[in-house]
Design a protein around this ligand. Structure first.
Ligand code: IPE
Ligand code: IPE
Ligand code: MG
Length: 243
């Protein structure tokens, strides 16, 4: 059961599907990889704005389990961006009080990428101003299947009774375990779909769509989305406030 929050309350947990880098580049006659570089700038701006606004939890979709189907060069460029953002920007993130966590399937990533991820998580483990979760090699169906596998293992080993398989014990086995419920989900670039992002967590999230392409996103758009969120009446299946 979730307590119905008051209309006007600020979101605690915002997630963003950062989409439209390729179209941004195409509009400039530039290669798609240039759009991804501009996308990292937008991520820097947005994380900084989230910090200024005292948003406690921000989750972003950086690379999906389906994005491996893109041309080799583009996949390489996207992996390189993780290296740049989570590797090179790390000192600044540590200084800014950002706690970094990466969700998604980790086992099949190259050891050097895994090392960057682990280092970022370790070095920021003491921070708590802004919890930045980056979904990388993430697919919600994959996440749910991995959680189901853990549940099956726990039941088989006698650590969990079948009757104790509940929404909350299941959620504890998802990658997002420990994060507060998702309040607001933003997608840029005009697409109105979830593309396998946070299917479980989005159950009662408010959805806000922008036509802006991700490289054009920043603090002003984040504020607009939060203003829109504050006007929404979240009912969670209840009868609402109508007398
Ligand atoms: C989002 O931009 C970045 C990732 C998916 C990694 P796209 O690369 O999907 O850009 P569009 O949607 O093709 O414009
Ligand atoms: C979702 O965008 C993935 C990320 C933003 C990382 P896509 O561009 O991959 O999604 P589709 O293909 O438009 O559904
Ligand atoms: Mg896209």
């Amino acid at each position: 059961m979730v307590d119905t929050p008051e209309i006007g309350a600020a979101p605690r947990h915002v997630a963003i599907i950062m989409d439209g880098n390729g179209r941004w580049a195409k509009a400039r006659g530039a290669p798609r990889t240039q759009g991804h570089s501009a996308g990292v700038e937008a991520l820097r701006r947005t994380v900084e704005a989230a910090g200024d606004m005292k948003l406690p939890y921000l989750t972003v979709f950086g690379f999906s389990t389906e994005n491996w189907t893109r041309p080799k060069e583009e996949v390489a460029a996207l992996l390189e961006l993780l290296r740049i953002y989570v590797g090179r920007d790390l000192d600044r993130l540590v200084r800014d009080g950002v706690r970094v966590r990466i969700i998604g399937e980790r086992e099949s990533l190259a050891p050097d990428i895994r090392a960057i991820i682990e280092r970022a998580e370790e070095r920021t483990a003491g921070n708590s101003d802004l919890h930045l979760t980056i979904a990388f090699n993430y697919g919600a169906q994959d996440e749910i299947v991995r959680a189901a596998r853990i549940v099956a293992e726990d039941v088989a080993a006698g650590r969990l009774a079948p009757a104790d398989v509940t929404a909350s014990s299941f959620a504890e086995r998802l990658d997002t375990s420990g994060l507060p419920p998702l309040d607001l989900l933003i997608r840029t670039s005009g697409e109105r779909r979830l593309s396998n992002f946070m299917l479980w967590q989005a159950a009662y999230a408010e959805l806000v769509f922008f036509d802006d392409l991700w490289p054009d996103f920043g603090g002003a758009q984040l504020e607009r989305a939060i203003d829109e969120f504050r006007r929404r009446d979240r009912r969670y299946g209840g009868a609402g406030r109508v007398e």
